[in-house]
Design a protein around this ligand. Sequence first.
Ligand SMILES: Cc1ncc(COP(=O)(O)O)c(C=O)c1O
Length: 392
Amino acid sequence: MALKVSTTSRIPPFLAMEMMNATRDLEASGANLVHLEIGQPSSPPPPAVLQALSKSLGTTQTHSYSVAFGEMPLRRRIAAHYADWYGCRPDPANIAVTLGSSLGFALAFLGAFDRGDRIALANPGYPAYRNLMKALGLEPVLLPSRVAEGWVPQLEALASGGHLPDGLLLASPANPTGVVMSDADVEYVCRWCDANGVRLIMDEIYHGLTFDTRPTSALLHSDTAIVVNSFSKYFCMTGWRLGWMILPDDLLEITERLAQNLYIGPSRPMQEGAMAAFDDYDTLDQNVLRYRENRDVLLRDLPPEFLGDMAPANGAFYIYADLTQLSQKVLNSVDFADALLVDAHVACTPGVDFDHELGHQHLRLSYAGSIDDMLEASRRINGWLPSYLKNL
Ligand SMILES: Cc1ncc(COP(=O)(O)O)c(C=O)c1O
């Protein structure tokens, strides 16, 4: 007899992670791959972070549970980071250290909304947002965004039919487009949400990874927004699974209870290491210079019809290539990415991960690796593409 399995939780896979599985199998069989599929820095965290972690191991404090929102010294250190970067100092009591920003989103969705609530978010966008919302019984409302408008979602669409959503989730810099919202747009969104009673969740996990200016934080423009951030990207600590959120007062108690009951608290040793993450911006900024160079290598060396129409990708480490100009035939980005992986040994993520409707024409390239990786990926793609197109 078949036993019950949740239907609400029957969500699509996260294709970038599926691609990672496929690359592990190929590499185990000896293939030499270039990785443009996963959004993770190839550099380690600064040495001081590793030293702080190893110093803390084996001490009595690190083998015990943490309080649910994380230990106060780290929360104070995060508050000081906001003073350094943005000129504002949140109350450490409003800061929660989470298991990656991923758990931060789960807490935000559970704490701020009820089943059936509608949350607007940009399409294309990070797939886990909408997949997790569905598993929690929330309704993602996809806001179309187009390359012609710089991939910035059009807020006017939010009020269409006079039915405002309960929440709005935006990311800047954005995944998969690498687009950075202007400070004026961030401020406008904060004011619009406050004026319309819409809870804003602002994903700032790619802050630090911008090539022109340092963007403003929603924290400066809203008392009601949930600001989510992470040690995964700028701080190069992807596998440490640490993030943080800055919560408005009305969500403190409910979120703390959720954290206590979901996972008790974040890892103690990892928090000790993370204490040193803010001490070496110089080393981390060197990575950002490299990402910028990497982006420029790909934009220079890849065929223009492979890149297609693009908005300026000024942040994170992503290019969202538009494949429509490559062929008269409609391409399917899943097949395209599979062929690119198997034939040319370059791993990328198909656009359908980020946009179920139009993503079959897109491919996301993550340029968080080395400059040599970018040169090699371009060489392989240029060598492979003509024969792939010929055999279509
Ligand atoms: C836009 C965005 N938000 C959140 C996450 C989750 O990251 P983490 O849980 O490692 O902080 C990712 C990961 O790639 C992302 O791209």
